[in-house]
Write a protein that binds this ligand. Structure first.
Ligand SMILES: NC(=O)c1ccc[n+]([C@@H]2O[C@H](COP(=O)([O-])OP(=O)(O)OC[C@H]3O[C@@H](n4cnc5c(N)ncnc54)[C@H](OP(=O)(O)O)[C@@H]3O)[C@@H](O)[C@H]2O)c1
Length: 285
């Protein structure tokens, strides 16, 4: 039986790596979603074929377009990877609500709406036994969804929201056979998050991971059935420290030791409909 997977943000970075990795699953049928159609088509042909849905996930009707493509081309769905996202850095006093809103729309609202549209298909696949394969949703959050840093409040708010919602959805969908996994990467070199300053120093270079490593974590958190996966794995300590030693974490992220390992990377580079009007500075994870 086929293994049908929708991957958002498949035109670059972690999403592209996840598509390449999932294409190696037996009898995989991929649905690639992002705005840059040329990138998606090139990847689809490299992978020997895939369904391409070139869509801006912020547009009305985008989730329905993805659902229609899945129904038309495949009629079933085993996996949804909510990966598309972005970050625009800046202190709240400078960038304000506008920056919070753009993060919430792309990093929280868009995955929630797409999940709403595709959940019935995932449930139906699970109810039918999935051909022996698990039905799953993987939400790509961030370690910034557990620990917040100056200049990244908007991004963290959207990823905290995604993580909190995922935990709830995990418990809700469990009895229906749809597994929900959460992936929380730290720094990963991609187009949108180039991590140039971290890579420039031999001390901080080693904390920058690769999209392929996150792609493996996505498989673990989806078909693999894991509820939560940090990349690298040891980053769960940051989340624990935030609860057990909040003053220490505040000191580290607010100008102490950790701040030297968390400089701003560049802005999320993909052009959006309102990018020319962005009021914000470069992004970090
Ligand atoms: N890299 C890191 O350090 C890091 C760390 C933690 C978490 N993450 C998370 O990992 C995910 C992937 O990021 P990445 O590092 O792979 O960055 P990336 O290379 O910039 O990829 C972002 C993807 O999202 C898509 N996208 C952006 N806006 C979209 C929209 N409105 N509609 C449809 N697709 C849209 C982009 O495609 P188009 O431009 O073609 O639309 C692109 O494929 C994000 O959720 C990010 O927050 C990244």
């Amino acid at each position: 039986m086929a293994f049908v997977a929708v991957i958002t943000g498949a035109s670059s970075g972690i999403g592209e790596a996840a598509a390449r990795r999932l294409a190696r699953e037996p009898d995989a049928r991929l649905v690639l979603v992002a705005r840059r159609e040329d990138r998606l088509r090139a990847l689809a042909s490299e992978l020997g074929g895939a369904t391409v849905v070139a869509v801006d996930l912020l547009q009305d009707g985008a989730p329905e377009r993805v659902r229609e493509a899945v129904q038309r081309e495949h009629g079933e769905l085993h996996m949804l990877v909510n990966n598309a996202g972005g970050s625009w850095r800046g202190p709240f006093g400078d960038v304000g609500w506008e920056n919070v809103e753009r993060h919430m729309k792309l990093n929280f609202e868009a995955p929630v709406r797409l999940t709403e549209a595709l959940l019935p298909l995932l449930r139906a696949t699970a109810a039918a036994g999935g051909g022996g394969r698990r039905a799953s949703i993987v939400n790509v959050a961030s370690t910034a969804g557990r620990v917040s840093r100056p200049g990244s409040g908007s991004y963290s708010a959207s990823k905290f929201a995604l993580a909190g919602w995922s935990d709830s959805l995990y418990a809700e969908e469990r009895p229906r056979g749809v597994h929900v996994g959460l992936v929380l990467p730290g720094f990963v070199k991609t187009e949108g998050f180039p991590a140039k300053e971290l890579l420039a120093s031999p001390v901080t270079r080693r904390i920058v991971s690769k999209p392929e490593v996150v792609a493996e974590a996505i498989v673990e958190a989806g078909p693999g059935g894991k509820a939560e996966r940090y990349v690298p794995r040891g980053y769960w300590l940051a989340a624990v420290a935030r609860i057990l030693a909040p003053a220490l974490v505040r000191r580290a992220t607010g100008g102490g030791a950790l701040s030297t390992t968390t400089p701003a990377t560049e802005a999320q580079s993909a052009p959006g409909p309102d990018d020319s009007s962005t009021p914000t500075a470069p992004a970090a994870d």
